[in-house]
Design a binder for this molecule. Sequence first.
Ligand code: MSP
Length: 527
Amino acid sequence: MNEKKKFYITTPIFYPSGKFHIGTAYCETLTDCIKRYKEARGYDVYMLTGLDEHGQKIETVAKKQNKTPQEYVDDMAEEAKKLWELMDIKYDDFIRTTEDRHVEAVQKIVQIFLDKGDIYKGEYEGWYCMPCENYFTETQLVDGKCPDCGREVKKMKEEAYFFNMKKYEQWLKEFYAENPDFIVPESRKNEIFKNFIDPGLEDLCISRCTFDWGIQLPNDPKHVLYVWLDALTNYITALGYMSDDDTLFKKYWPADLHVVGKEIIRFHGIYWPIFIHALGLELPKKLYAHSWIVMKDGKMSKSVGNVIYPETLIERYGLDATKYYLLRLMSFSQDSMFTPEDFIERYNSDLANDLGNLLNRTIGMINKYFDGIIPTDAKEETEFDEDLRNTAKEQLKEIEEKMDAYHVRAAIEALWKYISRTNKYIDETAPWVLSKEGDTEKLKSVMFNLAEALRKIAILASPFIAGSSKKILEQLGIKQEDANWNNVLDYDTIKADTKVISQGEPLFIRLDKEEEIEYIRNAMHGK
Ligand code: MSP
């Protein structure tokens, strides 16, 4: 037997500095959707997610809640896992940077860098805010004041460790010359070249001694690692790199895809390849930097009162509607705007109308004309059958091409083209007329083609809306094992006595537009 090809995919590890909103949920949903697609295509997929639990911000939030940082992150890890369970996220491992397995491996990695002379002791200089106990760079200041509290800042220096990035600058340029597609979309790569690589790399400050919620440097424990070296290495420590058991590391590294948000591409596109190269490891294959979900008034923020939490949408509209919307909303390379109007519009038109009605009408007609049995023995075709079959072939190709390039929205659009074509097929063939005229053979062909199209749709929709995909097959009476990506274009998998459900249940119930827009708006304002 052929061994399955492996595919290692990761999300960023999230800062548990507050409740996760739909932006975070998008990132996780996107990764999970790519995982499901790759699995459907026969890959052995390993998906990693987790939390980035160190740093001053966490220390501060914990204090505000009268918790120790450890108590605080323990609670947040529970919350995060609960949310991913609610969202049916199929991750294989959940790494927390406070776990021993991570801390121990990171200290070993730092030691390697120290031994190689890649890390050196120097002086960090920046603008320090006394009350916030935090450094800022010149560009982070707002009107020359602390961006967090608005108070005066003072130029200060402290002893710190640095990673010698300059040493690897030439190598990094060569790496990109040989791997021009390492980052998608290309615009994101161009940005980091323009802003950071072309002007010349700066060494990276990797330690602080102004707070202690972090991993101690093995050679100098009054210093703790300053987030990025700690955070990025999660992708290898989770697989057991530098531990007694590195089976997973041997099996899955290098990562096939790191999914990251656009604002952290600099860390993943510059520092991460350099760290990995400095460790003498194979480089990851690809970075996909997705854009942001934004609101009418800009970034989601509690103080503006425009935050949407995934639970709000899931509880009222269901998991599939929520996932569908997030994946369908986000463009490949540009920020995309969430509005309550658009959410309800998409729900009603794409899900309730296009997909839901197609299933409902098909089930209804098979019950009405053939006592619920899907006819598999039609002796005649209609003039529209061939075009429907061709559309299936064309759109399958389109979906695969788009998904292979991580253009998820475009893949969903291709699927909906097929759904629309199938709906049009009902209007063209007018089964009620065939029935009236007693044209049984053609009527059989139409009912079979509709059931078969829905089987195909269920397979193709499974990476995006797995729950609905399952329900479609259940309502059609088709077994899961008779519906998979390998047989998607076949026309002989529906068994002769397959019986559909006698009373189809709507997949998505049409929503009252005004009422629901009001509901989402209120939720955004915390009402
Ligand atoms: N902890 C770092 C990542 C370390 S990875 C080694 C971090 N965490 S974060 O919680 O601030 O952000 C995690 C991810 O959520 C980022 O990729 C970010 O782009 C994504 N999103 C946060 N808000 C978002 C939107 N509004 N829309 C889409 N994604 C957004 O950065």
